[in-house]
Ligand binder design. Sequence first.
Ligand code: PTT
Ligand code: SF4
Length: 622
Amino acid sequence: MLKGGWTGKILWIDLTKEKSTIWKYDPSMALHYIGGRGFAIRILWDHLKPGVDPLHPDNLLIFAVGPLTGFPLPSSGKLVVASKSPLTGGYGDGNIGTKASVMMRKAGYDAIVVEGKADEPVYVYVEEEDVTIHSAKDLWGADVREVHKELTNKYGRDSGILTIGKAGENLVRYAIVMSEEDRAGGRPGMAAVMGSKNLKALVIRGEKPLPAVDEKTIKELGAKAYKDIKGAPMYPHWMEQGTMMIYEWCQENSVLPTYNFREGFFEEADKVTGKVMAEQYKKYQKGCPNCNMPCGNVAEAKKRYKGTKAEMDYENVAMLSSNIGVSNMDDVIKLIREADDLGVDTISVGSAIAFAIEAYKKGYLKEDELDGIKPDWGDAASALDLMHLIIERKKFGDVLAAGVRYASLRLGGDTVKFAMHVKGLPITAYDAHVAPGMALAFGTSSIGAHHKEAWIIAWEAQYGFEKVDKTKVEKVIELQRIRGGWFETFVTCRLPWIEVGLSLDYYLTFMEAATGIKYSAGDLNRIADRIYTLIRGFWIREYGYWMRSMDMPPMRWFEEPLTQGPKKGAHLSLDAYNQMLDTYYELRGWDRNGIPRRSTFDNLGLSKEARELEAMGIELTP
Ligand code: PTT
Ligand code: SF4
């Protein structure tokens, strides 16, 4: 029996049958998977037919919170959105800060699962046990801000609203789910899955109390944690620049993605730094529920797109500035605003634009394939045109809408070497020519190339970029456990811990106060390993095979040394990477091809899942 923390219920909505059911799940799922992505992978493994096309109605779209979500403790207004990814074909998820997270808890659910497909565009309104499906014909085609406004007017400012833009409707495989105009989550195409179900939006409301075993401790300890955050030495700097404070650091360390990750140093970086953003463009900042360190810095363009506003997170800015050679802040603001309104992932679309520029300049693409667009580094106008070509899926935009992996397979030749992705997911904004640890983090991230699990780069700079040893590999795994395991299952924002140093001990006490269960750090790490291994099992199940090359970053970083900046000449070593990957597999209990050993499955309580893989003909090493 669950005493607190969890609501114990999952809402299951079938859009084909136009009906919903409340599932009182087995408490062992909570104990062994906690919530968030733990629930997501468990549900996908148990309820998704292997081999389903991600855009088929049978695919499942899961919104999941965790036992800490919504409580009055730091930055607890987060939600995981997960599915089988149409971009990678494997497990995909993202984390979004939104009122919908708190409302889902207040409505009485730990997760909402959507299956099937509506006959025509709809949105779903959930108010506790009351679930209704409404026509969204009038909202189809509308941009994210319009939909948000419309639904807010109808259901009130405190409603939780998750929506898709045109990118999701048009099944762009890296369409991202949006909330509150510029919060975004689900890079691996979670909004395309929503679009494939004709689901324009989900609106959630509730007033139920959140279940806690020891409410008093949560309140008191939460208040203390909020105070610690405000008193942290980094707090003022963070409040000024948010995630943008890393921009200059990346430039100094030659890890700022530049010209499609060809370089790590951008000669015009000084025009787009966090300082410039904060001092010259920032208008206000906003944040997720229950957060006292809001990082949503909203900047306003001054000249070319005067009045246009957008949220300036580091990844957005780097991928739509240095990575495509753009250095005018007004242009960057406009590109981000457009991506948010269309509901497309800024990182993946930045990667697709950079890939197209490079392919065009190298003669792989002709003007007529790009509808007359002549893309070039630093040309923001053509970048904007390319973004629209992709969203409208016109000409080669249709191919780019399937991601850079697919586009490079279509074009062939050397394009495979500059399609900057791992497992089909475009790399987030860290160039790793000089950073083998970060390269390994991208190579082994459970959803494809994302820093969300092992953002090792700051630690690696201090430890020594040049070092390639077991300690570094252990650090990657430690971060994957905490970031990809703890925070993605609690579900709360990890930034209080990373950015201002809030102690991890708080979370163990929060968990005990919420659920009545005393989890140790070791218990949580074991759960994280179980989730990581099951996710790897899911990829293998969906692909039907696995090879270590699927855990490799692109060849560009090995074969094309940096040509500019203080680290000129630097590149990754293939031998060193392979050595790290071997150590990684060994520490994880996976074989030389990256397939978990039978004993690893058994030790983590996943024997049944191992047998299922074996029954499919996958050979597991003992
Ligand atoms: C995340 C990825 C990131 S990571 C950024 S900026 W970052 C980009 N944001 C986008 C955006 O905005 N608009 C858009 N159209 N596309 C975007 N794509 C990119 O998506 C985000 C913050 C940030 S800002 C980060 S690091 C942290 N991520 C967390 C996480 O993953 N887990 C967790 N428990 N806490 C986290 N806290 C931080 O949240 P994806 P958000 Mg995002 C405009 O989801 O798929 O992982 O992609 O959620 O609410 O916007 O907050 O420098
Ligand atoms: Fe949201 Fe930023 Fe606060 Fe995290 S730190 S909860 S992403 S506003």
